[in-house]
Design a protein around this ligand. Structure first.
Ligand code: ATP
Ligand code: MG
Length: 431
């Protein structure tokens, strides 16, 4: 963390704001994407306010390379869209504008304002103001959050104080409306406002707390943590499609193993993967496969190798599938392949109630599972090795063995087979 972050200037004209001038922090202007700077400049030239905001400012202060750059402005989405030729308005729940610049996409969001329950005069959960609209469910969850406001208000609508920092590229000042800089130095994730209310508005914030805790190595502030234990079941309200995106960020963000451990510790894993969580209660050893899968993906990501959600989901749901398979084999005395064909669709259809699995990932996931038994029996190995999903299925065999399953040395056998050390003729015998 930046040791040069010194006392803020006191002359910031924005209310409740502490400003850190260029000599009080170590953000090198060269570390900021030119595309993002250009977006801020264009908005300002058109007469609007605009800042860099959120994760990019946090990461710059921490000396990390930001994953992406977000811009916040008082221009309304339609005004932003009108200003940039290569832009489009996206989102309904939370409208923002994607501005394309070179190969980058800069997310431009309009300052969000306070919600006034008084605006919901007809009691239908809709709040309408001159500056936009919001829709709130009875549970307190914001189904739409498009009430616009000032930069001060915008800061208070963000999730964590360390994500509520703004950077002014003209003055090079960092603006802090909460306790963002202090919390960054203390390496703590503090929810802005009342944690319970903020989780009720958007339960995904609980997952974000864990994601940032794992990614940044920060602790979650005490009341923010206590509120997770109270609110974790609210996650079931989140649409399954949004959950898919969030879960990828959690588990394939490069710190998947640590993230899983924290999710599990704070009771957030069960709402995401209920059948797997139940299976792990009964067979705790199956946890090892999940940990190995996540560690392998983390290692691949660290060296720039690709990872696929299909493989990850195959692993995350494996304990649930095994449990279902065992029940079918014991109770109905089905042959293994018949049991597999019955169990797979059941496990998937139960899982997609919480998290969508798009077909482009569900299909290869099924194939990885379906090939497992064939890889163990090793009949017609040439044909099997030509299957488009062979490589992933073989990796899955290795993963299972790595995590303690005994599969008649299938992993080693297939490794030798691929290097030509195992003769197909010998392989035609089933072991
Ligand atoms: P990452 O490094 O993963 O991109 P980030 O902090 O930039 O982290 P984004 O999802 O890109 O996260 O969001 C950008 C900013 O928008 C956040 O820093 C935060 O200020 C705000 N934000 C995002 N999601 C929420 C949310 N659910 N509730 C409140 N504020 C949010
Ligand atoms: Mg970001």
């Amino acid at each position: 963390m930046n040791s040069r972050l010194t006392d803020p200037d006191r002359d910031c004209t924005l209310s409740g704001c502490r400003s850190y001038a260029a000599d009080a922090h170590n953000i090198a202007p060269g570390a900021i994407s030119n595309e993002a700077l250009q977006v801020v400049r264009s908005l300002r030239e058109a007469g609007y306010e605009a800042y860099l905001v959120g994760g990019c400012v946090r990461d710059l202060l921490l000396g990390h390379e930001p994953k992406d750059f977000d811009v916040s402005t008082n221009a309304l989405p339609a005004q932003v869209h009108a200003l940039f030729r290569r832009s489009r308005i996206v989102g309904r729940r939370f409208q923002i504008v994607h501005v394309r610049s070179g190969r980058d996409v800069i997310e431009v969001s309009t300052f969000r304002g306070h919600h006034s329950p008084d605006f919901d005069e007809d009691g239908d959960g809709d709040e309408h103001t001159d500056a936009g609209s919001a829709v709130r469910a009875e549970s307190g969850m914001l189904l739409r959050d498009n009430v616009f406001g000032t930069v001060e208000e915008d800061a208070l609508r963000r999730d964590f104080s360390v994500n509520g920092l703004y950077y002014d590229p003209d003055t090079h000042c960092v603006l802090d409306f909460c306790t963002g800089v202090e919390d960054l130095q203390a390496r703590v994730l503090r929810v802005i406002g009342d944690p319970e209310k903020r989780y009720q508005e958007d339960p995904v914030r609980m997952l974000r707390a864990v994601r940032f805790a794992a990614k940044l190595g920060f602790s979650i502030e005490e009341t923010a943590l206590a509120a997770i234990l109270k609110c974790r079941n609210l996650l079931v309200q989140i649409p399954a499609a949004r959950m898919f995106d969030e879960v990828l960020k959690l588990l394939l963000g490069g710190r998947g193993e640590e993230t899983f451990v924290l999710l599990d510790r704070y009771g957030l894993f069960a709402p995401l993967f209920p059948d797997t969580a139940a299976a792990l209660e009964r067979v705790p050893e199956d946890r090892s496969l999940l940990l190995h899968a996540l560690r392998n993906s983390d290692e691949r990501i660290a060296v720039g190798k690709p990872v696929t959600p299909a493989f990850l989901y195959a692993a995350m749901l494996w304990p649930a599938l095994r449990h279902r398979l065992q029940a079918l084999l014991e109770r109905e005395q089905l042959p293994i392949l018949a049991a597999l064909h019955e169990a797979i669709p059941e496990v998937i259809s139960r899982q997609v109630r919480s998290i969508t699995i798009p077909r482009r990932f569900a299909t290869p996931m099924r194939e990885i599972w379906e090939l497992q038994q064939r890889l163990i029996t090793r009949r017609q190995p040439q044909k099997l090795a030509a299957h488009p999903r062979f490589r992933a299925a073989y990796d899955f065999v290795l993963l299972r063995e790595q995590s303690g399953e005994s599969l008649q040395d299938a992993g080693d056998w297939w490794t030798r087979f691929q290097t030509g050390e195992e003769m197909p003729a010998a392989a035609e015998r089933s072991p």
